[in-house]
Ligand binder design. Structure first.
Ligand code: GDP
Length: 356
């Protein structure tokens, strides 16, 4: 009784202001507090740190970079899996199913997303609270919607940085979900170890509907909804995709992608998919491809960031903003060549920035 009363008091604000400040969710944390919280697996603090990554404020950016730098030595241990497929194929249902499977097996899973349509729809992937409702309440799972952003590069970079924090927080399985539209698969592919393509039953025509590049990226293809009246169709689709895969050149990794069937709804085929991912990890670690691939990815992101940062500082530069529309008009009117126009703007941008 006494205990209940004191708990109520705590909740009812009869708490001294200093302590309240201490417990307040919105109190500004130091970099050390963020890092300690993340390392202790505190999901609220992890979430707040990812919000810093997503922020456009300079002070937030600086703090986020300090947190990432401190977390980096503790990152890298997870298996990073990309999951793609057209809307409706069953990605969120699948992630629920595999999330349950891996957490039951003692793993901790973080689910992140890259949604190139988020600018228009304000985040369709993972934005809807009803998606993955079960996994969302699982204490060994962390789910984060796709960050909003004006460029895919920016959004992808934020997700890549979030991976570092999730790994430092002890999540040993990181899923990055994306819809099969635009260039987002390429971005996801460049930040994961294993790329899973989900397809619908009903092959033939569909094979042509899938972008060739995506099939080439896949380390595993799973035909989902292999249940009820779709079971036969799914099995047939599996055979057709398997034959079609022979037409693709061998992968750099030396890995031969499997084509499997699964039912995310009924939970069949999920164990086999997870086993396949683990087999991949073992094989790639033995061959060193695992490390080499991650090194290549890190270099890729270095160059992407340079390009992104240069482009941002160029287009937000005061003098460039003043001059750009005139140059654009001259180029459109044929008075100035696009190359000369670009050269003039570059000179203006670099004038006074550095002596060459
Ligand atoms: P997403 O848009 O790719 O995330 O797809 P959802 O997971 O939201 O699934 C779209 C619809 O397909 C929902 O109505 C699901 O219940 C259904 N669905 C997903 N997986 C399966 C499955 O394995 N079998 C069947 N029959 N339906 C499924």
């Amino acid at each position: 009784m006494h205990y209940e009363l004191s708990t109520m008091n705590y909740k009812n604000k009869h708490i001294n202001p200093a302590a309240k400040q201490q417990f307040s969710r919105r109190r500004k944390l130091t970099v050390e507090e963020y890092v300690q919280g993340i390392r202790a697996g505190n999901r609220v603090i992890l979430s707040r740190a990812i919000t810093l990554i997503e922020s456009t404020r300079t002070d937030h950016h600086e703090q986020a970079q300090a947190i990432i730098a401190a977390c980096l030595p503790h990152a890298g241990a997870a298996v990073r899996v990309g999951v793609t497929g057209t809307p409706g194929v069953g990605k969120s249902t699948f992630i629920e199913a595999i999330g349950k499977h891996v957490t039951d097996a003692g793993h901790r899973i973080a689910v992140l997303a890259i949604d190139p349509t988020s600018q228009v729809t304000r985040g369709s992937i993972l934005g809807d609270k009803t998606r993955m409702a079960m996994l969302a309440t699982n204490e060994n799972a962390f789910i984060r919607p796709s960050p909003a952003g004006d460029s895919l590069g920016g959004v992808a970079r934020k997700t890549r940085e979030a991976i570092v924090l999730c790994e430092a927080a002890g999540y040993d399985v990181v899923l990055v979900e994306t819809v099969g539209v635009g260039q987002s698969e390429t971005a996801v592919h460049s930040m994961v170890d294993f790329f899973l393509l989900l397809l619908l039953p009903g092959a033939g025509d569909e094979l042509q509907g899938i972008k060739r590049g995506i099939v080439e990226m896949a380390d595993l293809i799973a035909v989902n909804k292999a249940d009820k009246d779709k079971l036969k169709l799914a099995q047939q689709a599996r055979r057709e995709y398997k034959n079609a895969l022979h037409l693709y050149p061998p992968k750099l990794s030396g890995w031969t992608p499997e084509v499997m069937t699964c039912s995310a709804l009924e939970g069949t085929g999920i164990t086999e998919i997870w086993t396949n991912i683990q087999q991949y990890k073992t094989a790639m670690q033995q061959s060193d491809f695992w490390t080499i691939n991650r090194q290549q990815q890190a270099k890729f992101w270095l160059y992407e960031s340079i390009k992104n940062d240069l482009s941002n500082s160029f287009f937000t530069h005061k003098k460039i903003k003043e001059k750009l529309s005139n140059v654009e008009a001259d180029v459109a009117a044929g008075k100035l060549s696009p190359f000369k126009g670009a050269e003039e703007l570059m000179k203006l941008f670099f004038s006074g920035k550095m002596s060459r």
